[in-house]
Write a protein that binds this ligand. Structure first.
Ligand code: NDP
Length: 434
């Protein structure tokens, strides 16, 4: 706390990981001796820069941008870029720190990083977003590269933004290489990348349920968010026979007691991905649904909860309400959506709780597969990528079970932290004092 004053989100992420790792590290003196935790919690470097751009009225505007290159022990830095007014160094450090363990869990050679800006794409024209992205890349391109650091999307950074960023990178570097992932299909993107985080989260949840002889089929599911992760989590829940009751955005949530099926989800995709509209419009179209302004969906009774919007969107009260209403499984599509108190409540209740670094690793895993395809100069089919994604999520689940078994119960939080840590720790030990 003294070393990083005021960085609350970062403290929260480090506390969660440290609590899991400490007993393990104490049992293994060579990890302790090498000061691994101290080294892991200090980013390799943080690049901070100004992005100046011109709005449609001809005014100059300035934002702050960062790239937090956290740890490249097991591969080049990799992690998304976030554009949101709430972005601070603390938020990007928490995300970058989590990314180290998540990327390790995928089994692919990727280090941890994160970046972004406090730029708010909401309400901006396409041209303004383009000018911002092009300007940002003028600085960022010096620090990234296919063997150095490979950014991707996150909140506020979807295919439009990645395309503008990649176009400018290509021009500045005079190369055509896979330095960004989440690219369009016509210029090096991977099939299933758009769907990967949401699908992967549901596959992880299905794995947790299957282990207990259960499945998503027939379950009622509350989802928060209506962005990239939420939409494709909802799609996969439907495919596996579950019923999605809610979606949300920063304006509130919609509750559809009949379920948000494939056809209704197409409407949401059009609304959110193309028109950049508000989720409240769902309840204007589907009259049985209700819109609840400025509220989160966790009061709606469900079997499964998939938080897929943002950090700290489930607090202790929300967790207690979910438990009281009979929720049996939570899989985190978003990063750190549960507060420490909420996590504690879920773990003490012994329900299935899939933490973000395991449950949402499908996105970065397919980004890794996008890099492999770029290097091979090949494009795999939808089925090939989806099959690989499914098996990666299964393997992540198995690693969590291996490291998280406590009697007849699996603590997925400890499992994910330990499984992610060991590979990085062994690499850092082998390198010596670097
Ligand atoms: P999007 O920008 O596509 O969607 C974000 C959704 O969350 C929107 O519905 C947005 O509503 C809502 N939201 C964002 N901030 C807030 C807030 N402060 N309060 C309430 N609602 C909010 O982002 P993604 O779907 O890509 O990302 C969602 C989460 O998943 C993030 O935590 C991200 O880090 C994580 N994640 C994403 C991955 C990916 O592949 N995209 C990979 C792994 C994790 P509104 O439109 O009103 O802002």
């Amino acid at each position: 706390v003294k070393r990083n004053p005021g960085e609350e989100e970062f403290h929260q992420a480090v506390r969660e990981v440290t609590e899991s790792l400490m007993p393990f590290i104490l049992q293994h003196p060579r990890y302790k001796q090498a000061q691994l935790l101290e080294r892991l919690t200090e980013p390799d470097r943080i690049i901070i820069f100004r992005v100046t751009w011109e709005d449609d009225e001809g005014n100059f505007r300035a934002n702050r941008a960062w790239r937090v290159q956290f740890n490249n022990s097991i591969g080049p830095y990799k992690g998304g870029l976030r554009f949101h007014p709430s972005v601070t160094q603390s938020v990007l450090k928490f995300l970058g720190f989590e990314q180290i363990f998540k990327n390790s869990l995928t089994g692919l050679p990727m280090g941890g990083a994160k970046g972004g800006s406090n730029f708010n794409p909401k309400g901006k024209s396409d041209r303004e977003v383009m000018r911002f992205c092009h300007s940002m890349m003028i600085e960022l391109h010096r620090h990234i590269g296919e063997h150095t650091d490979i950014p991707a999307g996150d909140i506020g950074v979807g295919s439009r933004e990645i395309s503008y960023l990649f176009g400018q990178y290509k021009r500045l570097s005079n190369t055509f290489v896979g330095t960004l992932t989440g690219k369009g299909l016509s210029f090096g993107g991977s099939l299933v990348r758009t769907e990967a985080t949401g699908y992967g989260c549901v596959y992880f949840c299905e794995n947790m349920l299957n282990r207990l002889g259960d499945s998503i089929k027939g379950k009622s599911v509350c989802i928060s968010g209506s962005g990239n992760v939420a939409i494709y989590a909802a799609e996969m829940v439907g495919k596996l026979g579950g019923k999605v009751l809610t979606l949300s955005d920063s304006g509130g949530f919609v509750h559809d007691p009949d379920g948000i099926d494939e056809e209704k989800l197409s409407f949401v995709k059009e609304l959110k991905e193309k028109q950049r509209g508000r989720i409240s419009e769902y309840a204007e179209k589907y009259r049985k649904a209700t819109f609840h302004a400025d509220r989160r969906p966790w009061d709606v009774a469900c079997d499964v909860a998939l938080p897929c919007a943002t950090q700290n969107e489930i607090d202790q009260r929300d967790a207690e309400t979910l438990l009281k209403n009979g929720c049996i499984a939570v899989a985190e599509g978003a990063n750190m959506p549960s507060t420490l108190e909420a996590m504690k409540a879920f773990r003490e209740a012994n329900i299935l709780f899939g933490p973000a670094k395991a449950a949402n690793a499908g996105g970065v895993a397919v980004s890794g597969l996008e890099q492999s395809q770029n290097s091979l100069r090949l494009q795999w089919t939808h089925d090939e990528v989806n099959t690989k994604l499914k098996s990666i999520m299964k393997e992540i689940h198995e690693k969590c079970v291996h490291y998280g078994m406590k009697g007849d119960h699996v603590d997925y939080v400890d499992g994910a932290n330990l499984a992610g840590f060991v590979k990085i720790a062994e690499s850092m030990l082998a390198y010596g004092a670097v």
